[in-house]
Design a protein around this ligand. Structure first.
Ligand code: ADP
Ligand code: MG
Length: 234
């Protein structure tokens, strides 16, 4: 049996949300794969299913029909514990709102995901430090969230997402709350992380942000409208 180079494989994935007697098709027959090492921008108008797609491939939501494989595992065959383990070990999440704990140091915020697998405290702190160094915050480890700028807070969130050394980073509008100069710096960081081997799938409204990625997937009404390869910025 050969090992698939694909980190993500979606086959005929649909998601139907029911709200009372209303039905919304948030994903319609999505079939695509994303190889290890890719950098993909997900685009499309508001309500087109971008976040739904991210939640599905991030094992945060289950499809109504179809199959999703992540790192060779069919998500439909995993129980709750196995899904939690996959999310914890293989996937890092970043959102528009940084979701950091207030009045808590950058270091403590980044150590948070490690409390689930209970390594030695010194080891956890070591890993969190390295993760913060990776995002350029070596000199801000003891700062609490309110002492950090928006861009720095998003870097802490990225360090937290990377602390378990995941293969995949899912970022849903990570620059949505940042001014354009700060957004540009953040994109440079993501490009650097991608060059070091991290697979990135990023949702954005901003064509300039999307141009950073080598592949753009556009959604409309839950369907893939286009899927194109470009040069990217790197
Ligand atoms: P996008 O991220 O592109 O703005 P979403 O994936 O959030 O789009 O939403 C796609 C569609 O699914 C929208 O019509 C939205 O209202 C609907 N939707 C998303 N999440 C839910 C939910 N939990 N319950 C009901 N409808 C939802
Ligand atoms: Mg969204």
């Amino acid at each position: 049996m050969s090992v698939s180079p694909n980190l993500i494989e979606c086959t005929g994935v649909s998601k139907l949300y029911r709200m009372g007697d209303q039905e919304v098709s948030a994903a319609r027959d999505v079939t695509l794969s994303i190889a290890r090492g890719e950098y993909v921008a997900v685009m499309g108008p508001s309500g087109s299913g971008k976040s739904t797609f991210m939640n599905l491939i991030g094992a945060l939501d289950v499809p109504t029909s179809g199959h999703i494989r992540v790192a060779g595992k069919d998500l439909g065959e995993l129980d709750g514990n196995a899904l939690a383990q996959l999310r914890n070990e293989t996937i890092g999440f970043v959102f528009q709102q940084f979701n950091l704990l207030a009045r808590t140091s950058a270091l403590q915020n980044v150590m948070l995901p490690l409390s689930y697998c209970r390594p030695q405290r010194a080891d956890a702190e070591d890993r969190a430090r390295r993760s913060l160094e990776r995002v350029g915050l070596a000199d801000r480890m003891q700062h609490v969230s309110s002492q950090l700028s928006g861009g720095q807070q998003q870097r802490v969130a990225i360090a937290r997402a990377l602390v378990n050394d995941p293969a995949l980073l899912l970022a849903d509008e990570p620059t949505g709350a940042l001014d354009s100069a700060t957004a540009e710096e953040l994109m440079k960081l993501l490009e650097e992380l991608n060059r070091s081997g991290l697979t990135i799938v990023l949702v954005t409204h901003d064509p300039e942000v999307a141009a950073s990625a080598r592949r753009q997937i556009r959604f409309k009404d839950g369907k893939v409208l286009s899927d194109t390869l470009t040069g990217g910025n790197s």
